[in-house]
Design a protein around this ligand. Structure first.
Ligand code: ADP
Ligand code: MG
Length: 383
């Protein structure tokens, strides 16, 4: 792309109005950019803080035309923005990441084929698109059946052990295109966030170790306590290769499993900043959102430096419903903020619901043990 470098003062657009868009908007505003969000929801986290909100659907021709006319470049904050909308925008202005890369990340089967193309190991899998595919996939059991498209936070996934369970689960998922993955013995989970610039420069955030609960990210620790330098280098190398082989421009997150035998397996990619990278706002000198901004604007990329140990805790709507409470209660933020090194981020969502990501909190400290101690204290206070 021979697009001009966009300096502060330029206008940057985001497709999508969720918390990732909100944090991108904040990062862009810190550097003096104007921001525009396209998002149908009138009270979205990002729409509420952007300079301008185009309140239409992601495929609305008039909305896309308006976004293109007021922006100098556009990025996306979630992977399910229709790739054709990104293509339409790209006819008029720079768009990063590009539609083709986002399209790969939207489909688990395409994503796994990309892992294989780039020589990155992934779980043994089969695609299930018709009744006839079920029998051939039975050799992968016990496994996890996942819808190929639109799954997130463990939604659209069923654990299956027998051919009968597999057939029933596929029915339950509406006979949608799926992948069946072999269930792997996980020792731990980690993720790598890389940013790749227009000129092919790649930088990465320090690698994250992640703990999921019920399919949703719960805790991220950096430095990753159980990851050896050799394994970290391997994961960062894989993520860079995956980005380069898509000619990717933007921030890319790759989630990995470390298996019981110590081997590394890629799980999935996100063509945007990621929940596991939120700690970078408080523990690094350059955050994942500033990296997104720099790649979009064509600014130089410098490797982020971790200046504090960090523990990031996701704040789900469940915290608003302690015990069997039916009416929401505001958690004890006062108590939490009295602890050292706590950075509280709430996304401005108007309604708390169980399982909904309402915010996150990062504890930073000079060393990992202190960060963990404070994080445990936070958990005790929030119940
Ligand atoms: P989502 O898009 O919902 O994040 P993932 O594919 O990342 O879906 O799965 C969510 C979680 O489920 C993973 O972080 C991991 O804990 C578990 N999981 C997914 N696939 C496997 C697998 N093949 N073997 C074992 N655990 C898995
Ligand atoms: Mg995941």
């Amino acid at each position: 792309m021979s697009a001009p470098v966009l300096l502060p003062g330029a206008t940057l657009g985001v497709m999508g109005g969720g918390q990732l868009g909100r944090m991108f908007v904040h990062a862009a505003q810190v550097l003096g950019y104007r921001t525009v969000v396209l998002e149908p929801d009138a009270t979205s986290p990002a729409g509420l803080v952007a300079h301008q909100h185009v309140a239409t659907g992601y495929t609305d021709a008039a909305g896309l035309a308006e976004l293109a006319s007021v922006c100098d470049a556009v990025t996306t904050e979630f992977e399910n923005v229709p790739a054709d909308s990104l293509r339409t925008l790209a006819e008029r202005l720079p768009v990063a990441p590009a539609a083709a890369a986002v399209e790969i990340c939207q489909d688990r089967a395409a994503e796994k084929r990309h892992f294989q193309r780039a020589g990155v190991p992934c779980a043994p899998f089969a695609t299930i698109e018709a009744e006839a595919d079920l029998a051939g996939a039975a050799g992968l059991l016990p496994g996890i059946l996942k819808t190929a498209r639109l799954g997130y936070d463990g939604k659209g996934q069923v654990s299956v052990s027998t051919p009968a369970e597999l057939a029933a689960a596929w029915q339950r998922l509406g006979r949608a295109a799926c992948v069946l993955e072999k269930r792997l013995p996980l020792a731990l989970e980690l993720s790598v966030i890389v940013a790749r610039g227009r000129d092919g420069t790649i930088v990465s955030l320090p690698l994250q170790q992640n703990l999921h609960r019920d399919g949703i990210l719960a805790v991220t620790q950096v430095p990753a306590p159980e990851v050896t330098p050799a394994l970290a280098a391997e994961a960062v190398g894989c993520a860079g290769r995956l980005a380069a082989s898509m000619d990717y421009v933007g921030v890319l997150c790759v989630e990995f499993f470390v298996l019981a035998d110590g081997s590394l397996v890629a799980n999935e990619m996100a063509p945007r900043p990621h929940n596991s990278g939120h700690y970078s706002l408080d523990a690094c000198d350059v955050s994942q959102f500033e990296l997104q901004l720099r790649t979009l604007a064509g600014l130089p990329l410098v490797a982020p430096r971790l200046h504090s140990a960090a523990v990031m805790l996701n704040l789900l709507g469940d915290l608003w419903f302690p015990g069997d409470a039916t009416l929401p209660r505001t958690p004890d933020w006062g108590g939490v903020l009295a602890l050292p090194g706590v950075a509280l981020h709430l996304y401005g969502k108007t309604e708390a619901r169980r399982g909904r990501k309402m915010g996150h909190l990062t504890v930073t400290a000079p060393d990992a043990a202190s960060a963990r101690t404070t994080a445990l204290e936070v958990c005790r206070l929030l119940g």
